[in-house]
Design a protein around this ligand. Sequence first.
Ligand SMILES: Cc1ncc(COP(=O)(O)O)c(C=O)c1O
Length: 423
Amino acid sequence: MSSNAEIASAASRVLLSNYRQAPIALARGRGSELWDADGKRYIDMYAGIAVSTLGHAHPGLTKAIADQAASILHTTNLVFNEPSIRLAEKLVARTRQTSGAAPLLTRAFFCNSGTEAMEACVKLARRRAFLAGESRRTRFLAFHQAFHGRSMGALALTGTPKYWEGFGCDVERVTHVNYGDTDAVRIALDTKPGEYCAIVVEPVQGEGGVLPAPPGFLSTLRSLTTDHGALLIVDEVQTGIARTGKWFGYQHEGVQPDAIALAKGLGGGVPIGAMLVREELNAVLTPGSHGSTFGGNPLATAAALAVLDAIESEGLVERSAALGERLGARLREVAAAHPQIFEGERGLGLLRGLLMKPGVEARTMLVAARSKGVLLSVASERVLRFTPPLTITDALVDEACSLVDAAASTLDAPSSESTLRSG
Ligand SMILES: Cc1ncc(COP(=O)(O)O)c(C=O)c1O
């Protein structure tokens, strides 16, 4: 097998240079531990950015993928396939607010990524207004620092201008306001009455820096969208599938969205995205108006079914909430022990972040933690993000936090500016 260095060198010749990649190649994983091509062991505290819900080589997921591959991989959407129907049934059933209540969202559209799920939501909102004869209702309201994906539609909603630069996407039709600022939302809607087709919001801004919505924010957005005839679209790509300690992030506040977007943790590592919508919106995307070759294919949906089954049978919704508290407490201890480096901790469930002190780059900490054997990601430039598999053990969480603490100690020492800023 090739070494990290050999793989990185080959990559530099053939891969498009659009990613900033760490100089390691992950070769295998088991549970929440990973090994690189040189045999170094890591604790997985990022789960491929909130994707590997069940960790690595989970027996149930592995078997479901192997069984489905041995049966039929792909069918097209010109016919039905049973795993996709079963998955839709399971997903919509989880959208109910309390057990025994009717599901809020009743219809599923499957695609292959979070971006595609958001793109479907964009098209749904625009097309709904078009079918209602409301030709002026084409504007979206979204939030600064929001991340919704990188296709031309989803990119326009994304609230970080550096991602749009040079692409000519339709940001003119999107109003971005500060996350949590209900007055700004109200003013924006009142200033252009009848123009907004939807508000798009994350329950916790993930890429924007692991920032949970302030209490009451989603409920206010719900009532404002209802008053203004716009849809409330909740982007659950990062927060959904038990990541925040509930099946979906919106359930923390009991709001009723019109549509949600899912991806990341849904397939546990197999690419799949989904848009779930209310029954009334089922008529908007008519045959031919939207679709996907791979969307909902038997392999991806069988994998997602296995993920949902394991979440249920292993009690991972509750585990995400409880372990999230434990991780949050440990990270607050780490932050308190290194006040020159960290400003504090924030997050929900197993979506957590350590906020860096101004002038200290999260990436520097990420590199230090990796050399100690902990894999993390960075959200915005100021937050070190923790999104471990929902199956991670208490012992590994504690070990990872001790290693991050040790990594921070290497940066603490004679607090030179150059140490804190080096990548
Ligand atoms: C909230 C949110 N929406 C959409 C996306 C885009 O998802 P994908 O990268 O699967 O296209 C992401 C990815 O990070 C995300 O966090």
